[in-house]
Design a protein around this ligand. Structure first.
Ligand SMILES: [Fe+2]
Length: 313
C-alpha cells in the first residue's frame, strides 16, 4: 500500500473528504459525533452474555487445529473466554499494552472514510449489538461477536496489527482513485476470509468471517468445493466477492510478514492506475497466473449454495 513513507495525509484529526470522492450515504444517528463513536458500550443483559458464551463454546469445538496459531494465542492473551460480552475498556487496556490498538463501540455500520480513519489510528470499530437466539446461526450485519471474537485476537499479532493500520491509511488513497471496491476485495480475502499455510499441508484460517462461524471454519480449510490459491495482490484486487454465502475461493498467505510485504511495501498508486473500472475475475475463477493449492470442485455452488439446502462439501 506504500502509504507510510509516500503519503503525507495527516490522520490525527478526521480529514476532510475531497469533494469529488463518493462514499455510500449513511444516516448518522443524532447521538454520535463525526467520529461515529458511541458515547458508551451497550449494556448487555444476562441473556446477551449467555448468547456470547454459547457462541464462544460452539467456536471452540471447531477452531483448534483449524484457526491460525496467532488467532488462538490472541484469544488467550486477551482472556476472551472470561465469560460474557467483553468490556471494551478492559479489552483496549490489554490490547493497547500488546500492540497499541483499542476497540471502540460504533453503531453497526459506519461510513468507509470514518472506518479507515479509525484503523489508521489503531482503533478498531466494533458493533455494539449482539445477535439473538433467532439469528444465532447467521446474521448479515456484523455484531459484537463477529467483530470482537473474530477480529480482535488477530490485532495482538504485531505484524498483522501494522497491516490493519496501513490498510486504513490505504483506504484514503483508494477513495481518491475511486477504487474502494478493489481495496475492499483485499480486505475481504485477507481480513475477513484469509487463510495461512503455517506448515506444508497445514492450512489454517485467520479471517474473522471464517472464525466467527462454525460452518465456514471447517469448510474453508477442509472442503473439496472451494479453490485455495496463494495470495497475489494484483489478482485479488481484480476479483469479485459475494457476501451472502460460503466463499468459492480462498486466498492463502505464507506468513503475516509475506502479507505485509505484498501490500504495504507495494506501490498502490501504480496499481490503481492500472485497474479497470470494474472487476475482471469471477469469484470462482482459476486463472493462468494462479499458484493453486487446491482446485475446488465447486460442488456446493453447483448444487445451489445457501438456500438450496446444499451440503457444504
Ligand atoms: Fe468483519
Amino acid at each position: 500500500m506504500a502509504t507510510a513513507s509516500k503519503d503525507d495525509q495527516d490522520f490525527s484529526i478526521l480529514p476532510e473528504l475531497p469533494a469529488d470522492v463518493f462514499t455510500a450515504p449513511l444516516q448518522k444517528p443524532a447521538h454520535v459525533g463525526n467520529d461515529w463513536v458511541e458515547p458508551q458500550q451497550a449494556q448487555y443483559t444476562s441473556e446477551d452474555d449467555a448468547i456470547w458464551n454459547d457462541l464462544f463454546a460452539r467456536q471452540m469445538d471447531v477452531l483448534p487445529g483449524r484457526a491460525a496459531s496467532a488467532f488462538m494465542a490472541g484469544l488467550q492473551k486477551l482472556n476472551l473466554n472470561r465469560g460474557g460480552v467483553p468490556e471494551f475498556g478492559k479489552l483496549s487496556e490489554d490490547l493497547g499494552a500488546l500492540t497499541g490498538w483499542s476497540v471502540i463501540p460504533v453503531p453497526m455500520l459506519i461510513p468507509d472514510h470514518v472506518f479507515f480513519w479509525h484503523l489508521a489510528n489503531r482503533r478498531f470499530p466494533a458493533g455494539n449489538f449482539i445477535r439473538t437466539r433467532e439469528t444465532f446461526d447467521y446474521i448479515q450485519e456484523p455484531d459484537v461477536f463477529h467483530d470482537v471474537f473474530g477480529h480482535v485476537p488477530m490485532l495482538t499479532d504485531p505484524v498483522f496489527a501494522d497491516y490493519m493500520q496501513e490498510y486504513g491509511r490505504a483506504g484514503w488513497k483508494a477513495m481518491r482513485y475511486n477504487h474502494i471496491k478493489a481495496l475492499g476485495s483485499l480486505y475481504w480475502y485477507t481480513v475477513e476470509f484469509g487463510l495461512i499455510e503455517e506448515k506444508p499441508d497445514d492450512i489454517r484460517a485467520y479471517g474473522a468471517g471464517i472464525l466467527s462461524g462454525p460452518t465456514e471454519a471447517i469448510f474453508s480449510v477442509e472442503a473439496e468445493s472451494p479453490n485455495r490459491i496463494m495470495l497475489n495482490v494484483d489478482r485479488v484486487m481484480r476479483t469479485d466477492y459475494v457476501i451472502s454465502d460460503l466463499q468459492p475461493t480462498y486466498f492463502v498467505i505464507e506468513s503475516f510478514e509475506d502479507l505485509y510485504r505484498q501490500t504495504v511495501e507495494r506501490d498502490f498508486d501504480r496499481l490503481y492506475r492500472s485497474l479497470g473500472p470494474s472487476f475482471t475475475y469471477a469469484n470462482s475463477a482459476v486463472i493462468d497466473v494462479d499458484n493453486v493449492l487446491h482446485r475446488g470442485s465447486q460442488e456446493y455452488w453447483l448444487r445451489g449454495g445457501r438456500g438450496s439446502g446444499a451440503k457444504p462439501v
